[in-house]
Design a protein around this ligand. Structure first.
Ligand SMILES: Cc1cc2nc3c(=O)[nH]c(=O)nc-3n(C[C@H](O)[C@H](O)[C@H](O)COP(=O)(O)O)c2cc1C
Length: 400
């Protein structure tokens, strides 16, 4: 679920983490959502209204009685909201919501919303562990509110423990997940991503330009749809998508053994990793020294395990296998050949070597070829949207 054009209500209460709500607002705005901020009186003592008004491009509601001429503002906002998120949520506001108290703009609006609501408790560890606070959180959870557990660590009050507001990118991601239809619930999805590294000696290796961005986006999209996702990843500098089990590997052989160990229980296998086709025959145990006498230097390479082909051979009729083909030319011909050779259900072909698609780019343009001979074009778009479109197609084809 992408939040473009969605109406998000962002409730900010009087906690020390109120400043993080500014960055959260930026994430919503960047994705194209319309955000209305409601602040409690205490929140205004921590962060000014102006920042939220300028960044949201909407007036901030903090006083229930400030503008009752044109419309009943809080009812209007509640009726239009697709999702509400309270970040940070103080012990006080949590208590009010759990008990139906409506004595300010935020608590009154929240009584009137019918959309999904996410509560992000954030407070001192002992406050968080307090029996009343825990009871109130339980009430809200039973009532269908989404509770985002706080992080643990050293808090602003110098206490160490649970109570810290999770990072804004994570809250944003979980709001997207909250709104996403769970059409992969209980399905096991095995994904490989990133490059592999094949050692020449202890300091040098053979690899490729894969950044892992496409595979990580697919893992995130599958998890948001309720999938149980395992991501076998080559070395990349990316954050693990929320809720995804990540297994780090370096070489093709390590990737093969981790993928094959999990193959039997997988419902859908998506191989996005750019595995090195060849590896040095005899990786040296000591660093190879430069010799003044030789100008040329060659490394004897040998074929690596073809992981996709192996999986294609082993897969059962109930398993669905998707491969990626990164080509610099003859995209269609090479992709179709690969699909047949490796017994794939879908091949996602993308041209590499351009700045806006393929390796490293944040966007991608992909053509999906299906086993039945049909195809589907995914035009240039953000990799997270490409991932979602691919998942839609996988679900559709599996159902057929
Ligand atoms: C410096 C300071 C920091 C505070 N931080 C928090 C906090 O992180 N979490 C919390 O639940 N309350 C915190 N409080 C207490 C709340 O501000 C207080 O309970 C207030 O009534 C909450 O009002 P509200 O829920 O309407 O925003 C803090 C108070 C002060 C003075």
């Amino acid at each position: 679920m992408h939040l473009q054009n969605k109406n998000i209500l962002l409730g900010v209460t009087g906690g020390i983490a109120a400043y993080k709500a500014v960055e959260l607002l930026r994430f919503f705005k960047k994705t194209g959502a319309n955000v209305n901020v409601i602040m409690t009186g205490s929140a205004l003592k921590f962060v000014g209204k102006t920042t939220f008004e300028v960044l949201s491009e909407n007036p901030v509601l903090s006083d229930l009685f400030s503008d009752t001429k044109s419309s009943v503002k809080h009812i209007d906002l509640a009726a239009r909201a697709d999702a509400a998120v309270i970040a940070p949520a103080t012990a006080n506001t949590i208590a009010k919501l759990a008990n139906g108290i409506a004595d300010d703009a935020l608590s009154t609006t929240l009584l009137a919303v019918t959309c999904p609501v996410m509560i992000c408790p954030s407070m001192n560890t002992y406050m968080y562990q307090n029996i009343r606070v825990q009871e109130n959180i339980d009430i809200l959870e039973k009532d269908g509110f989404f509770i985002l557990d706080p992080d643990s660590g050293v808090l602003a009050c110098k206490t160490t423990g649970a109570g810290r507001l999770p990072e804004p990118w994570f809250i944003f991601d979980r709001v997207e997940a909250m709104l996403t239809k769970k059409d992969l619930r209980n399905k096991k999805i095995l994904i490989s991503a990133g490059p592999t590294l094949e050692a020449i000696d202890p300091v040098r290796f053979v690899s490729n330009h894969s950044s892992g961005k496409m595979g990580y986006a697919i893992a995130g999209a599958a998890e948001k749809r309720g999938g149980c996702v395992t991501l076998v990843s080559g070395p990349v500098g990316l954050k693990t998508p929320a809720g995804v089990e990540r297994i780090d590997v370096e070489t093709c052989e390590e990737m093969a053994s981790q993928m094959l160990a999990r193959l039997e229980s997988a419902d859908i296998i998506i191989k996005v990793a750019a595995v090195a086709d060849y590896k040095p025959v005899n990786p040296k145990t000591h660093k190879i020294k430069k010799k003044d006498s030789t100008k040329d230097f060659s490394i004897l390479m040998t074929e690596n395990t073809d992981i996709l082909k192996l999986i294609g051979k082993k897969k059962t009729k109930d398993q669905f296998l998707v491969g990626f083909a990164a080509e610099t030319d003859d995209l269609e011909k090479n992709a179709l050949l690969k699909m047949k050779k490796k017994n794939l259900d879908i091949i996602a072909a993308n041209l590499v070597g351009t700045s806006d698609s393929g390796f490293k780019a944040d966007t991608n343009k992909v053509k999906l070829f299906f086993k039945d001979g049909s195809f589907f074009d995914i035009p240039l778009m953000d990799k997270s949207k490409v991932a979602d479109t691919l998942m839609d197609q996988i679900i559709k084809k599996r159902a057929e």
